[in-house]
Ligand binder design. Structure first.
Ligand code: SME
Length: 176
């Protein structure tokens, strides 16, 4: 059984690279344990959003947008203040991640053309697609921070690892 998340202090944005990486290893291990045997995709998204949100000081909005059709995302489980409800693939950072199926790492949202400002305090953002092994887009994981350039290659590496695992586990979910 992984270390209890309650025993884990939220990681500061100032933490060094190796500390950040170690923290992700622990958090992902914990998420893995929490999801053991779970087959419900909504329950999994809610659990992941909660676990991540409370494990990092610099995560200020943490959640999923579900790909409900070939060109529309609808908000799923999240933590933080209100998120917009619907995002077409042609709009915003989330739409870009859904359209390109590539992680979008945005150090300064004010320089991202077409960023959708759900909160005026957001400064940086990372959005990672959740793809099944056969290439179906289930959702995107969106994390927004009030800190400038909060996310780096370490965040990207571990969040991509997490989303790949979710895509494998929930490849057969009929829920979108
Ligand atoms: N900033 C995102 C929209 C989602 S919210 O910020 C929660 C975007 O540009 O896609």
């Amino acid at each position: 059984m992984a270390v209890s998340l309650q025993a884990l202090s939220p990681l500061s944005v100032d933490a060094g690279g190796s500390e950040r990486a170690r923290h992700y290893e622990t958090v992902l291990q914990h998420i893995d344990a929490l999801l053991e045997g779970e087959t419900d995709w909504i329950a999994a998204m809610a659990t992941v959003a909660c676990a991540l949100h409370h494990a990092f000081d610099y995560y200020h909005w943490t959640g999923f947008y579900r790909a409900v059709s070939d060109d529309l995302l609808i908000v799923g489980p999240y933590q933080g203040t209100h998120g917009c409800l619907r995002i077409p693939f042609c709009r915003g950072v989330c739409g870009a991640a859904a359209r390109t199926r590539q992680t979008q790492l945005v150090p300064d949202v004010h320089r991202f053309p077409d960023h959708i400002a759900c909160s005026s305090t957001t400064q940086s953002e990372i959005v990672v697609p959740v793809l099944t092994p056969d290439g179906r887009l289930l959702a995107v994981l969106d994390v927004d921070s009030d800190e400038p350039a909060a996310f780096n290659a370490i965040d990207q590496h571990y969040l991509e690892q997490l989303c790949a695992e979710l895509g494998r586990r929930f490849a057969h979910t009929p829920q979108r």
